[in-house]
Design a protein around this ligand. Sequence first.
Ligand SMILES: *Cc1c(COP(=O)(O)O)cnc(C)c1O
Length: 389
Amino acid sequence: MHSLDAFASGKLAALEAMSLRRRLKPTRRLPGAVVERDGKRLLSFSCNDYLGLSQHPAVIAAAQAAAAEHGAGSGASRLVTGDNPLIEELEARLARLKGTQACVVFGSGYLANTGVIPTFAGKQDVVFVDELAHACIWAGAQLSGAKVVSFPHNDSDALAELLAEHRSSFRHAIVATDGVFSMDGDVAPLDWLSAVCEANDAWLLVDDAHGVGVLGDGRGTAALFPEAVIPLQMGTLSKALGSYGGYLCGSQSVVDFLKTRARTVVYTTGLPPASAAAAIAALDLIEADPAFAAQPLRKARLFTKAAGLPLAESPIVPVVIGEADAALAASAALEAEGFLVVAIRPPTVPAGTARLRLAFSADHPDDEVLRLAALVRPYVEAPSRTNGA
Ligand SMILES: *Cc1c(COP(=O)(O)O)cnc(C)c1O
């Protein structure tokens, strides 16, 4: 056997033994939060398409029209010839939604964080990261070459102590956090984090991948904290907006510097025109109807009340089970009832906290939300009982 194959198959066998091997499952997504897998139709609580906009006729039509008019791809880096006018229009729309001077669109949210952090931090700098922040924030922080310091989850007092200890040894400081945490669904205390940052000359980066389109009338987590100063407002077009791509909203100078220097703008191809057009159409729908944007959170709260869980803060609700194999068994039991609720296992979440992660959609019928709550309730009341059952 080639040594590379021996390495890969040895690693896979070890992961398999810990129930940590992953397998892709071809999935057809249909309107109404329904997915089709292995010929079976399931109501999905594992899509981030919170408003069902990836399946919305107006969003699909906008993508089709843009592809017909501008082609399937953008053909080059934005700085060469790939700066399609639709991308510029999308940037203006996102800046308006966020109330910032300007915006730069990236190929994805992952590319946004791995481009933004290294543009503003280097070897002489320090990046503080919430311990539960998304993997691409960590990747961006590590890529920057700055010192990376993790701070306890949502703990602004601990952050203040760490800044007092480290800040003076470095030129610049970035504090990076999710707005809504992707595996826990809780919201960062942006008012407190902002106050700590302002007092210590640190730049706050908020990743609002799960807030934009669904919290604060669709304007995102920052809209819940009008006093907070957030100079780096990052997010994705790939979740509630139903398209693909990422963005950073900020001041004109911050955005102009990113367009000049961020490696994930300069050295990668511009967003496909159809993705930009779909995101614009999604913003039309979100801005026209704040009650629509509020639906996913309303469904999540209907669920948490019925399942005996703490009131949901966002459309993401975790049901922590414990061990990876027990979480997989719970997921399989729900699938037998017609629900797709994917089990999330380490290393995506800390060891011993494997969980069901539910993402609520405007398209979920209320009666199905309540039926699922009744099925999940036993795991909430006695998670350990399901171990090895
Ligand atoms: C999904 C996600 C991303 C990545 O966004 P993509 O557009 O899918 O690359 C970044 N941050 C958080 C918190 C996310 O949940």
